[in-house]
Design a protein around this ligand. Sequence first.
Ligand code: GDP
Ligand code: GDP
Length: 437
Amino acid sequence: MGNLVAIVGRPNVGKSTLFNRLTKTRQAIVNDEAGTTRDRQYGKVEWIGQEFSIVDTGGWVVNSDDIFEEEIRKQVMLAIEEADVILFVVDVLNGVTDLDQQVASILRRSKLPVILVANKTDNSGLYYESAEFYSLGLGEPYCVSALSGSGTGDLLDLVVSKFQKKTEEILDEEIPRFAVVGRPNAGKSSIVNAFIGEERNIVTEIAGTTRDSIYTRYNKYGFDFYLVDTAGIRKKNKVVEDLEYYSVMRSIRAIENSDVCILMLDATRGIEGQDLNIFSLIQRNQKGLVVVVNKWDLVEDKSDKLMNEFKSAIRERLAPFVDFPIIFASALTKQRILKVLDAAEEVYRNRKMRISTARLNEEMLPLIEAYPPPSIKGKYIKIKYCTQLPNTRIPSFVFFANLPQYVKEPYKRFLENKMREKWNMTGTPINIYIRQK
Ligand code: GDP
Ligand code: GDP
């Protein structure tokens, strides 16, 4: 199970600079695709063979200069609830502020490992300034310069050393894991309740510590799967629920630990930025997807026309990935609840799909012959052979070409679309690689 590290601290101390440094990303702050700031919020780090996720809680604050104390308090509370290790960033150039002290007092009361990061220690002279942060009562300040990168390697060592050994839950690898995700009030708890009801005998809590136990086995009506993070769904935290990043923070673990994500949308609200943030998490983790348009009972004109309008609006927002099931359901009346599970199982099967090399070539080569990649600089590009890679998380295919570097994205997309027409791959992402023959 993955570890999650949260960066907290008041505005302008360098949280986002540190986040970029640690994730080695240099993305623009705003992601053009959807006009969201999602890439600033969530990233993956690999360090000495360990992969973990990292979240910049400041990434959610639009106007970070005018941030209110209350807002920071909520951020820190949420980080404490969801993260495994906290990086509390302070600014050596500024020294200890009131807000730093307030954050420290919350962190001191938590049981989580907290690393006090004295940022902007750009030279050794500043190193001595960092001593004043001892007064925050969180131990020795750890000096780094997020801007130059100095100290960040040692910081990562320290982070990794704080991860606690988690008791691995014993799960049946053959049984799919579904996560119900979505923004607050979309109906996640309601649909989970509709699935598992109050009948104790169909739900088995998996043994383990409270914090680690996030799977619930469901075995009824011919379905057999794990629901991921149902405890997190049931346990509500009123303090932070209204925050924009609440749903994202809450979703991270569930998504990372699932095979297929059931993304709940609220029919009365349509698709919004928060939904896109969660969708982006699902994509970046290469998980299967089923979209549920929930609260369909509240929609008066339930015509096919409206459904189709909904479908195209959703697909438009989630493009270029458009091949996934969309189910119009009601967690309240239980309308089409089993259909949701059917769809999730189908997506799970598609994710595991194997296509024999013979079949693949038989279907794809004539197509490629008829529509070859466009020649570049007078050079003909030939694809002679393709095959599926064994043991990958999602279906992954290699096409061998004489000049792989000239096969561009649009042609790969063409191949993907054709494969999706020929085989049922709905809901699962696939990889297409072009390699030298
Ligand atoms: P955030 O609001 O906490 O996310 O802070 P930012 O990462 O946006 O940084 C605020 C300002 O501090 C920016 O102008 C950064 O360039 C600057 N900054 C960040 N890290 C360092 C550092 O290590 N040294 C110096 N001198 N400036 C830094
Ligand atoms: P969560 O925050 O995503 O877990 O959402 P909840 O399951 O707590 O639902 C939020 C609110 O929407 C509650 O008042 C539910 O009763 C209501 N709700 C959930 N699903 C439906 C539905 O399908 N139809 C209607 N009419 N209300 C729903």
